[in-house]
Ligand binder design. Structure first.
Ligand SMILES: NC(=O)c1ccc[n+]([C@@H]2O[C@H](COP(=O)([O-])OP(=O)(O)OC[C@H]3O[C@@H](n4cnc5c(N)ncnc54)[C@H](OP(=O)(O)O)[C@@H]3O)[C@@H](O)[C@H]2O)c1
Length: 255
């Protein structure tokens, strides 16, 4: 452990097996939180948890969960409560982007899958965590990982952009509805970050430049640069912050 900013917190990070979610799990553990990483595939998930646990013994557990399946979400949160206590931080990070192409050509299957995971999954996780916090009169922090693609036009990523725009809306609405319960809800909108999800963009020079040439900082981001903001939003340092969406994008969204 290197810090204490999240000491005493119990956090669930969905999509925690790699990329931005794994970086958030690592950063949370480093600040004293007890963390549950959740994703669909146990092998990669266990590997991520073991790597973090090697640096932060006892800080991290892994639990398989497909966030698009409400029964698995309910089981995840019930398991965390049983094993560790009521989770007071939730990072809705699990995400997918199965279709790249014109919006009007997207199949219904791609449309449904993207909404099921990116939006309905986040809402289901939030519902399970929040109802426990409210029942116990506990404060909490929900952090939604949206995208700059949800803040403006998202050519060739239209379905994905729609889910992220809806997530920003969901963030605002839940912030209003849960504020009096002491539960804060905020979103992070990353720009291009080097992960498996974005590999097709990062490794294609032309597509990558479409992002990096526009961004004032002239580069893509790394997962740890998203995790730093997640720590702030999960911690008491952001106690007066709710309903907001923060771009972490090298300035892409203002250019
Ligand atoms: N990379 C970028 O440029 C970028 C930019 C803006 C926003 N984002 C957002 O950042 C978040 C993390 O993405 P990433 O870039 O770190 O991608 P990634 O490396 O591909 O990680 C995605 C994670 O989500 C999990 N996941 C996928 N479907 C799931 C499901 N149905 N249930 C539970 N877990 C699931 C994956 O694990 P399993 O395969 O084991 O399920 C994995 O842990 C996403 O919400 C993404 O939209 C990324």
């Amino acid at each position: 452990m290197t810090g204490t900013r999240l000491q005493g917190k119990i956090a669930i990070v969905t999509g925690g097996s790699r990329g931005i979610g794994a970086a958030i799990g690592e950063a949370f553990a480093a600040e004293g939180a007890r963390v549950v990483l959740a994703s669909r595939k146990d092998e990669e998930l266990d590997r991520a948890a073991s790597e973090i646990a090697a640096r932060h013994p006892g800080a991290v557990r892994a639990k398989v969960c497909h966030v698009g399946r409400p029964a698995e979400v309910a089981e995840l949160v019930a398991w965390v409560e049983r094993e560790m206590g009521t989770p007071d931080v939730l990072v809705n990070n699990a995400g997918t982007n199965p279709y790249f192409g014109p919006l009007l050509d997207a199949t219904e299957a791609a449309f449904d899958k993207t909404f099921e995971v990116n939006l309905k999954g986040a809402l289901a996780c939030t519902r399970e965590v929040v109802r426990r916090l409210v029942a116990r009169g506990m404060p909490g922090s929900i952090v939604n990982v949206a995208s700059v693609m949800g803040l403006a036009a998202a050519p060739l990523q239209g379905v994905y952009g729609m889910t992220k725009a809806a997530m920003v809306s969901m963030t605002r609405t839940l912030a209003v509805e849960l504020g009096r319960s002491g539960i804060r809800v905020n979103a992070i909108a990353p720009g291009l970050v080097d992960t498996r999800l974005s590999a097709a963009l990062v490794t294609n020079p032309e597509l990558r430049r479409a992002f990096t040439d526009r961004a004032p900082l002239g580069r893509h981001g790394e997962p740890a640069e998203i995790a730093d903001l997640a720590v702030y939003l999960a911690s008491g340092e952001s106690s007066f912050v709710t309903g907001q969406t923060f771009c972490v994008d090298g300035g892409y969204s203002i250019a």
